[in-house]
Design a protein. Sequence first.
Length: 225
Amino acid sequence: MIRLQKVTRLYSRGEAPIRALDEVSLEIPHGEFAAVTGPSGCGKSTLLNILGGLDRPDSGEIWIGDLPLHRARDAALTRYRRHDLGLIFQFFNLLPAMTVEENVELPLLLRGDPPKKTRPRVAETLELVGLTARRHHFPHQLSGGEMQRTAIARALAGRPKLLLADEPTGNLDSGNAARVIETLLKIASQKIATLVIVTHSEELARLAPRHIRMLDGKITPPYPQ
Ligand code: ADP
Ligand code: MG
């Protein structure tokens, strides 16, 4: 269960601080799929960064299960990021000199998983996102959608409890976006991880069991309704 209690994040700009998040409270049960939508600048990325432990709130509490993220120490945050969390961004950030397979395996090796364990994990995850046939390709040999599905596989291979995606189809044409959306929906339906996706895709938002609409740093209408 993810629980946010009156989470506020301020950015100072000139005289008046901006309330990027303004006393946001919400709960997302384990295994749930939530879509986050709202106009540019309403606080969607700030919310995701705070959920991912990349940023901390100025006030309020955020609990990921029994981990108090708002006051977690560095060691606990590092553990959370390496073992419990998968992140997907608009730009795929793949390493150009590594194959699809190597890109997916790298975070597992970096956290110390033995190759005996990582190999089957990588193979299984590439199968899930439909990239088995592309496993020896380099990023420049892939379409945008295949690059993003590689990034999804990389985020999932460590078996995270929580998968966060910030506009994962924002840089894709409609055909590639459709394959990425299909992949994310498959992950959601198999309840592989709790999924929180910031999106402009009407389709994703409509199909998500939870739709979090944001405006000016707040959830609107108040959530849960
Ligand atoms: P969204 O992802 O919905 O477009 P953001 O969460 O990126 O919105 O931003 C929310 C608000 O906080 C915006 O007004 C933005 O300008 C401001 N903001 C975000 N990051 C920073 C930052 N690092 N410094 C100053 N202001 C920021
Ligand atoms: Mg954003």
